[in-house]
Design a protein around this ligand. Structure first.
Ligand code: CA
Ligand code: CA
Ligand code: CA
Length: 560
């Protein structure tokens, strides 16, 4: 089996123009100006202020009464706003912090400001530290629309993964490990060098000795099972590019920045200079990730930006088994969807199409959040979209370039997995997968092209709250009805599984209760994928509609 690369070289069609944003400084100035505007607000009825979400504490108001305000008047004021006193202050007389139980902050302010005994009422503003380091100083950052789209490429501002916002939460950790199965990594590239030393025992050990007794001699940067050695140096550039998106060193005044400023890339060379690799090398790499994890390293995911040839010739049972073993060890498998502009639901494409719960298949979007013209898609098989057109990153020989392909989209997902593990090292593979899927931004261009209809958003994943996503996974559009048919659907609320859905299949009105118990048809328990078996024996060919209890619908044609 040949696994060819899914990156295509494109000319650098644009150059960095916009200036770097010094976002935090301007944010703080804005907050101070807003807060200042409230000082000395008169008691006259003031129109409701426009409150910027995130600029104040929800459900709280600061209110100061005039000297001489009566106790009954104060009580009546609080009653009118349905507020209770949290704190009274002495240095500023008659000032109280109150908690609201019904009204919005804006509504409560209006109530207080109507009263003559209220001197002023204002939101409990949030003030951020004046941190200017979160916008990285890497000179090419301004050209990276995929991380922070300011319209610098002519695209749509905010058609990006909100990396700038995510870096307020975490910029990654050198205690998080991401495997890259690719053409190797230029591990002494100045923008990668400290993030490509996953095995300190060997990097600092004796040459020619297996210092950590893991079966590989001198595997400081990873291994090269394609050539049977432990030097995964890149000889193509592709693997260095995918690695740079995941974890080029950030804020080092050099080149680009990765989604993770700090991370450890485990390079595993599976592909030759012309971009061809084989299943045996891939299986050994996935095994190597388990060896590293058994040493106590938090290996969160592998990135797999390659695919088999068209049709089912890309299928390898051994590779599927190795991916399933990775799931058992808590390692995600991020796969590019493919560059054939094809529907992966009907033209199966591996490894993206392996039906194993730790697989995340990634389509490519552009700087307008449109599906890239070359990108594969599939409402049952392709999980999410991520930027994959003209992505700037590191390449072989200490260089940088723009590449396009679903190969470039996948590393955005692997990179966000790294941030999620840095934020909370105890997260399970399924929690990280679900946060990536639920935290994305809904995009019309992806609604009928992916399971979730979302383009990933690093900040949305790191700050996920009450975001439900669901989508049918199986059966595929055509299915053989001579055996029981697997029915499965994703149904999650941020990191966790949501309520177990039922599915009603017509004609026939067959009702199946799907379960997330890890038994029988369900491949992993409590992971947010709910599964069941549809027994249509004796086989009855034709078109069927599956209607889920959460309102989703899917169709399939049964053949016999
Ligand atoms: Ca070793
Ligand atoms: Ca850099
Ligand atoms: Ca499950």
């Amino acid at each position: 089996m040949q696994q060819t690369h899914q990156g295509t070289r494109v000319p650098a069609v644009w150059r960095p123009r916009g200036r770097r944003r010094i976002a935090m400084v301007s944010l703080c100035v804005a907050v101070a100006a807003v807060a200042g505007a409230f000082a000395g607000v008169s008691t006259a009825a003031t129109p409701d202020v426009r409150l910027a979400k995130g600029s104040y504490v929800p459900g709280e108001v600061l209110v100061r009464f005039r000297d001489g305000a009566s106790a009954s008047g104060v009580a009546a004021a609080h009653a009118s706003a349905a507020a209770t006193v949290l704190r009274s202050f002495t240095s500023v007389s008659n000032l109280q912090l109150v908690r609201l139980s019904g009204l919005s902050v804006g509504g409560a302010l209006a109530k207080y400001r109507q009263r003559s005994d209220v001197l002023y009422a204002e939101p409990n503003q949030i003030y951020r530290i004046d941190d200017v380091e979160l916008t990285p100083n890497d000179p090419f950052y301004a050209s990276m629309y995929n991380l922070n789209n300011t319209g610098q490429t002519g695209g749509t501002p905010d058609a990006d993964i909100d990396a700038l916002e995510a870096w307020n939460v975490t910029t990654g950790s050198n205690a998080v490990y991401v495997g890259v199965l690719d053409t190797g990594v230029d591990w002494d590239h100045p923008d990668l060098v400290n993030n490509t030393k996953p095995n300190a025992a060997e990097c600092n050990g004796q040459a020619g000795q297996d210092d950590d007794a893991n079966g590989y001699v001198d595997d400081c940067h990873g291994i090269d099972p394609l050539n049977g050695d432990t030097n995964p140096m890149d000889d193509n550039g592709h693997g260095t590019h995918t690695s740079g998106t995941i974890g080029a060193i950030g804020n080092n005044n050099t080149g680009v920045t990765g989604i993770n400023w700090n991370v450890q890339i485990i390079a595993c060379k599976t592909h030759d200079p012309s971009g061809n690799g084989d299943a045996a090398a891939l299986v050994e790499c996935l095994q190597y990730m388990e060896i590293m994890k058994a040493q106590g390293k938090n290996v969160v995911a592998t990135n797999n930006s390659y695919g088999g040839c068209p049709e089912a010739c890309g299928f390898s049972q051994a590779l599927e088994d190795a991916i399933a073993s990775n799931m058992d060890e808590g390692i995600l498998f991020v796969a590019s969807a493919g560059n054939d502009a094809a529907n992966n639901d009907t033209t199966l494409k591996y490894p993206a199409d392996y039906f194993v719960p730790n697989v995340i298949a990634v389509a490519a979007t552009d700087d307008d959040d449109l599906l890239a013209s070359f990108s594969n898609f599939g409402t049952n098989t392709v999980s999410v979209g991520a930027p994959g057109v003209s992505v700037r990153s590191t390449v072989w020989n200490n260089s940088y370039t723009y590449l396009s392909g679903t190969s470039m989209a996948g590393p955005h997902v692997a990179g966000i997995a790294g941030l999620l593990a840095a934020q909370d090292p105890s997260r399970t593979w399924s929690a990280i997968r679900n946060l990536i899927l639920a935290g994305g931004d809904p995009k019309a261009s992806l609604t009928t092209k992916t399971i979730t209809g979302r383009r990933v958003n690093a900040n949305g994943s790191l700050t996920c709250a009450r975001r439900k996503v669901s989508g049918p996974l199986r059966p595929l559009p055509t299915v053989d009805g001579q055996d029981p048919i697997i029915v499965a659907a994703l149904n999650i609320n941020c990191a966790r599984g949501a309520r177990a859905p039922t599915v009603t299949i017509t004609p026939g009105n067959t009702v199946i209760q799907l379960k997330d118990d890890g038994r029988g048809a369900d491949l992993a328990g409590r992971d947010g994928i709910f599964s069941g078996r549809w027994n249509l024996l004796p086989c009855d060919p034709g078109a069927y509609t599956l209607t889920y209890s959460n309102g989703k619908q899917d169709t399939t044609t049964v053949t016999c």
